[in-house]
Design a binder for this molecule. Sequence first.
Ligand code: 13P
Ligand code: SF4
Length: 319
Amino acid sequence: KQQKQALKDEIKQLLKQHNAQLVAHYYVDDELQALAEETGGVVADSLEMANFGAQSAADVLVVCGVRFMGETAKMLSPEKTVLMPDLEATCSLDVGCPAKEFAEFCAQHPEHTVVVYANTSAEVKAIADWVVTSGNALQIVRHLKEKGEKIIWAPDRHLGNWIEKETGIEMIRWQGHCIVHDEFKSFELDELCTKHPQAKVLVHPESPASVVDQADVVGSTKVLLNAVQTMPDKEFIVATDYNIFYKMQQLAPEKQLYVAPTGGHGATCKSCAHCPWMAMNGLENLRDCLRNMAPEIVLDEEVRKKALNSVQRMLEFSR
Ligand code: 13P
Ligand code: SF4
């Protein structure tokens, strides 16, 4: 415990020394979320993380999350140093959509507007016309539909399916998936709902369609958090990374939360409902990256500029 406190103290001192701020996602360890809050940084969904980084007056941003979040921060703030505790912290959606293959895929469907999820590499964003997050995907796709545009969507197949259902548009879809959300099981969720009949079901749209169909609320991490805070219900079954419980309990301590089942026989396998890449962010490697001012996100300038266009289009649309 003392060792942990010493680590936290050193991190705080290094943040001051380098005029640095922490930009953390809701899925990272509680301790990192608490540190970000205490030190004037932010804990947020991927859309707010991007906005915060762009508006921050810090010289250094330390992104506690996964690599695409660090890359987006760097795209928006090329003059800032963007560090991450571990650059190997990636995302199965990013890994499953390599830029070269994606460029070939897009070339097969010319005259389509290319819309990609934020959970992609800078190179993939550079190919795209629009970037969206689960926080603004529906509004942006509805807007494109109204303009009569034909859409290529990548990479998450479940999110793509949800967008199609909600907007009534058909898209040419890449077939990627999130290894965490893909594991939520509808049959077991049904059983858990029977056990807790009063509970409302909150689902991130990266989950399979059968799970999304059972939801009372579908949305980004931010939307799910708001639901716990603002809905009068006392119990919630949550189908997303369980580390979001830190923030949910902080904002609504009187609410009872259950992790949606990822395993058979109604088991709520906590370790399954947690992103292994988010889990690569810890106190020690956070301290080390601030000590060493590395590892740092570096982007090819041409890629950065192209990717920035599609990210900025999204940010301007969401304002
Ligand atoms: P949000 O955009 O909802 O924060 O989600 C990011 C993510 O990686 C979900 O798995
Ligand atoms: Fe990617 Fe899924 Fe992890 Fe989110 S939870 S960062 S989508 S692997």
